[in-house]
Design a protein around this ligand. Structure first.
Ligand SMILES: Nc1ncnc2c1ncn2[C@@H]1O[C@H](COP(=O)(O)OP(=O)(O)OP(=O)(O)O)[C@@H](O)[C@H]1O
Length: 580
């Protein structure tokens, strides 16, 4: 969809606001073109000595009254129109947000966060300006031009009016040439702003790492360069926009010289009065606005088009995970994977290659293996963050694709490797899993996740704000708050992705014991590097390079000769050394 179609559809939906602004503008145009005519009549009356003092005052009072009406109408149309244009901004932002919320990891892998933020702010502002300011300035400018030219032709003299039009084709040509450059320069400026945003976002997220690596100076220099590049691109766009002005100035001077020359000649010939020539020169002054409006409108439209060309592909991008499933409730049952193969986009090697397994409802599966083996990927497939290229995943004999995303994800509680906390209180972060959860329920799950005592020691207990991304909590506390949140969801399937890595083995054992006590038919998948976390699982699978290489009860695997047994002995030895 082009920008013009977008604006056209928006105008149709908000036609009352646009039409009433148009009517007000038409009245303004008529009034301001009537004023020079009236002044011309007053001048002719004075020259011919026809006007008394009282009559003169009355005529001037009409002019003043018209000025006041014009002022109020101008305020009214602006308020009316901007209120409508802001609605377009709100609509586009809501649309973008909905789209972003429904996209999957594959989308975010191809997009930069800072740039998406720039789209939601700067680019939408530019589209909003095109739908508001540009449409009305365009309408106003065109209307004023038509009315002024009409008054010049009918009210004064059509021959002089024709002279005025002579330089206009040159102006149109210059505008067309400038507009092309404004488009390119605006696009570059918006892109650079997106990159700058991205740098800010990344620097703020990684500020501790940058400091620890002593990279502040390098990051500052990099930021300085980007900021300078962005400013340069903006300046370049402004420079091109400024190029409209000389074209307007030249056209206006040429039109004035031609029209006044022709007008003066007609006055000498006695075919035009001095008053008419006065009106005419006032009309010439009124042509300034339509000409500047043309430049201004073209600038706004080109900026809007440049922004829309960045925004539209993101809004139109197909969802990276389809949501065509129709089964709206998950009845817990066995989980079954058959020959699942999945490679990340652009990756030659599959992260999972022919994985098959079956997990009965209510049982606990341990998922272990060397780093990069595909453990997290398997969990992501269960959550349908990605779809496998081949093979099948079933839950209670229903293909995962057949569930609606809402139903599937509502039935799974997932604690990822990096627990994400929002900048809210500890209690609110836990309660996110279930709206309306009571404080007692929140405290109960916090106890199960062995984090209650830590929370009680915080300055405001459960009401302590955790800062952005939970920055004020330790890694282990963040993990346990996230586990508490998952337990509150009370979903039939719980996925723990190395979610206990930052807690000590004793606390880990307590949490796992609580999980067993309160499992009530819940199926659990525990991914862990520490084998102690899966020692009590009903079954454990060892993944390596995307393949299942060992499978069985943890005790049997530990007694074998494979990767599990080696790791188990190594970790037992390390634990006994730590204890001594
Ligand atoms: N978003 C991604 N894009 C491309 N490749 C990825 C992506 N995420 C993971 N991979 C690759 O897929 C493979 C499996 O990764 P995965 O995160 O599933 O391993 P893992 O067993 O969970 O590792 P770890 O124990 O280190 O967390 C690895 O080779 C990894 O490099």
């Amino acid at each position: 969809m082009s920008l013009y179609l977008l604006i056209g559809r928006f105008m149709r939906r908000h036609w009352i606001a646009y039409a009433s602004s148009g009517v007000m503008l038409a009245v303004i145009a008529l009034l301001i073109t009537w004023i020079p005519l009236q002044i011309g009549r007053v001048v002719d009356g004075l020259v011919a000595n026809r006007l008394s003092g009282a009559a003169l005052l009355q005529e001037l009072a009409w002019v003043a009254a018209a000025g006041v009406v014009v002022y109020f109408l101008r305020v009214a149309w602006r308020l009316q129109l901007y209120a409508a244009a802001y609605r377009l901004g709100v609509e586009l932002r809501a649309q973008l947000y909905q789209r972003l919320a429904r996209q999957g990891p594959a989308f975010y892998q191809s997009q930069r966060t800072g740039n998406l933020m720039a789209l939601a702010t700067n680019d939408i502002d530019a589209v909003e300006m095109a739908a508001g300011e540009a449409v009305l300035a365009g309408f106003d400018g065109t209307l004023t031009l038509i009315v002024v030219m009409g008054m010049m032709s009918i009210g004064v003299d059509w021959r002089v009016a024709l002279w005025v039009l002579l330089p206009f084709p040159f102006m149109a040509l210059a505008f067309w040439w400038v507009a092309r450059h404004v488009h390119e320069a605006s696009r570059l400026s918006l892109e650079r702003f997106g990159t700058l945003n991205d740098q800010v976002q990344e620097t703020l997220s990684g500020v501790r790492t940058l400091r620890a690596l002593g990279l502040q100076a390098r990051s500052e220099a990099q930021f300085g360069q980007l900021a300078a590049g962005t400013a340069q691109a903006s300046l370049n766009a402004q420079r091109w926009e400024a190029a409209y002005e000389p074209a307007v100035g030249f056209t206006l001077s040429a039109a004035t010289a031609l029209a006044l020359g022709a007008g003066s000649w007609l006055v000498w010939q006695g075919e035009l009065t001095v008053g008419q020539l006065t009106s005419f020169s006032l009309y010439l002054g009124q042509l300034i606005w339509p000409m500047f409006a043309a430049g201004w409108v073209l600038s706004l439209l080109e900026r809007g088009k440049a922004a829309w060309s960045r925004l539209a592909p993101v809004l139109d991008m197909p969802l990276s995970v389809n949501d065509h499933g129709t089964v709206e409730t998950v009845t817990p049952g066995s989980l079954e994977l058959q020959g699942v193969r999945f490679a990340y986009p652009g990756q030659p090697r599959p992260a999972l290659d022919g994985v098959s397994l079956r997990l009965e409802s209510g049982r606990t599966l341990g998922l272990v293996g060397p780093t990069g083996a595909g453990k997290s990927t398997l969990l992501r497939l269960l959550l349908r963050h990605h779809a496998p290229q081949s093979g099948e995943l079933h839950w209670n004999d229903v293909d995962l694709q057949d569930y609606t995303l809402g139903a599937l994800r509502g039935a799974i509680a997932w604690v990822p490797q990096e627990a994400f906390l929002f900048s809210a209180s500890v209690a609110d972060n836990i309660a996110l899993a279930r709206t309306g959860a009571s404080r007692a329920e929140v405290e109960h799950v916090a106890r199960l996740a062995a984090v209650h005592d830590d929370i009680a020691r915080l300055p405001q207990g459960y009401d302590t704000p955790v800062g952005e991304r939970g920055v004020t909590l330790s890694g282990g506390q963040r993990q346990r708050v996230a586990i508490a949140r998952a337990l509150l969801a009370d979903a039939p399937l719980l996925l723990l992705d190395d979610a206990l890595s930052a807690v000590d083995t004793e606390t880990e054992a307590r949490i796992l014991a609580h999980l067993r006590e309160t499992r009530r038919g819940r199926t659990v998948v525990i991914v862990s590097h520490r084998l102690s976390a899966v020692a009590d699982a009903d079954e454990t699978i060892v993944l390596r390079d995307g393949h299942v290489v060992e499978q069985g009860r943890p005790a049997d695997l530990a007694a074998g000769h494979g990767w599990y047994a080696r790791q188990w002995r190594y970790q037992q030895l390390q634990a006994s050394l730590d204890a001594s």
